[in-house]
Design a protein around this ligand. Structure first.
Ligand code: GLN
Length: 398
């Protein structure tokens, strides 16, 4: 063997390429398209939050924090969850600060899934779930949200496939991943959905991993129903959320996971050797910012204005809008646009929309493992009104 040659080995993730969010953001940048693809705000976070982080840095809070997260922030998270969902998580034994939602999900999966274990996901599903299950040696059991179509054949709604879920649960089921508000469809679970899930897992050893990173983005007066609001589910759930999503700082990569003591204990065994701890001044800054309830209570109205503005504009086009009850995503069916490109598959349509029309979006097919085309793409409306207005001008030419 040539001594300068790099040894090769079998990929641990042979099917995985670069995540669609990175691909579409790069394509948008290359073509100077308006990026409504990857989900991140294009507006600044509150200067007050930056000042709080700055103050922590200047106060020399720059060394390792406790492995589990700084007490002030864990206390704040505990208080917030109690206020909103009525469940008390002990900040010392049940709350851990993570390097964003993705790390929380990855570590939770690694901490409880092993060879022979099955993990149920409901597609369309965020793309980080399956690789984490693969790396843990578990088996992914994917079931699909039911697509409800209207008379014209266009997608009108998505529903939870209860029968499929009931059939998929068996003694090997270690974990069920749920996500509400849902990325990419914007659907939300209601109280009866949580009851239904609780009934299905009662008397089983299945745990739940609930991805609730869009918890503060629910509209039309709806309530976010967290697993924390359901004592039976809380007793077997990991609850994940993200300060990046909540406070418009996706680049800071700080989130948290709340789970009963036995789950948290296993989570921390992995967490300590994965990231060890999450950066200190951000945690102090977030703790002080979080102490003001208004900073998260105002979010539904803030994002609803954006959703309504964007939907009103898209309604002037031939895109057919799906309902968005939560999240900061708007899905749209392009199959009736009446142009030749409306026949393209979702990925090619998104590429064309980015390069030729100047608006980047995400194909919903990227949230499925097996090729699944429904003629639906996802736009992110966490943008300044002028960004949305400019995108709409371009989309209205279709
Ligand atoms: N959650 C974001 C989205 O769905 C992206 C996160 C990421 O790029 N990893 O767009």
């Amino acid at each position: 063997m040539n001594p300068l040659e790099t040894p090769s080995f079998q990929s641990r993730l042979p099917q995985v390429g670069t995540t669609i969010f990175t691909v579409m953001s790069a394509l948008a940048a290359e073509h100077q398209a308006i990026n409504l693809g990857q989900g991140f705000p294009d507006f600044p976070c509150d200067r007050g939050l930056i000042a709080d982080v700055n103050a922590a840095m200047l106060a020399d809070q720059n060394q390792y924090p406790p492995m589990t997260g700084v007490a002030e922030l864990r206390n704040g998270v505990s208080k917030k969850i109690k206020n909103l969902y009525g469940h008390h998580y002990n900040p010392d034994t049940e709350i851990t600060i993570t390097a964003g939602g993705t790390q929380a999900i990855f570590t939770a999966i690694l901490s409880c899934v092993g060879p022979g274990d099955e993990v149920i996901i409901i597609e369309p599903a965020f793309d980080c779930y399956r690789p984490a299950i693969d790396l843990a040696g578990g088996k992914t059991i994917a079931i699909s949200l039911q697509v409800v179509r209207d008379e014209s054949g266009q997608v009108a709604a998505y529903e939870i496939p209860w029968d499929l879920l009931a059939n998929a649960i068996n003694p090997k089921t270690r974990l069920i991943l749920i996500n509400t508000p849902h990325n990419p469809t914007g659907m939300i679970w209601d109280k009866s959905d949580l009851d239904h899930l609780a009934a299905l897992v009662r008397n089983t050893s299945a745990c739940i991993l609930s991805d609730e990173v869009y918890e503060h983005m629910v509209y039309d007066g709806a309530t976010h129903h967290s697993v924390a609001s359901h004592p039976e589910l809380a007793a077997r759930s990991f609850l994940v959320s993200s300060f990046g999503k909540t406070f418009h700082v996706t680049g800071w990569k700080v989130g948290y996971i709340a789970a009963p003591p036995s789950l948290t204990k296993e989570f921390r065994k992995v967490h300590q050797f994965n990231v060890f701890a999450v950066n200190t001044p951000m945690q102090f800054g977030l703790a002080s910012y979080l102490s003001e309830e208004k900073h998260y209570l105002d979010l539904p109205a803030f994002y609803q204005a954006k959703r309504d503005f964007f939907r009103a504009g898209l309604n002037q086009t031939k895109f057919k809008l799906l309902p968005t009850l939560g999240s900061y995503f708007q899905c749209a069916d392009y199959s009736a646009l009446g142009i030749p490109q409306a026949k393209l598959n979702e990925a090619d349509f998104c590429k064309w929309l980015t390069t030729e029309i100047g608006v980047a979006a995400i194909p919903v097919s990227a949230f499925y493992d097996q090729p699944t085309e429904s003629g639906v793409i996802r736009f992110c409306f966490a943008k300044q009104e002028r960004t949305l207005a400019n995108a709409l001008l371009r989309l209205q030419t279709l």
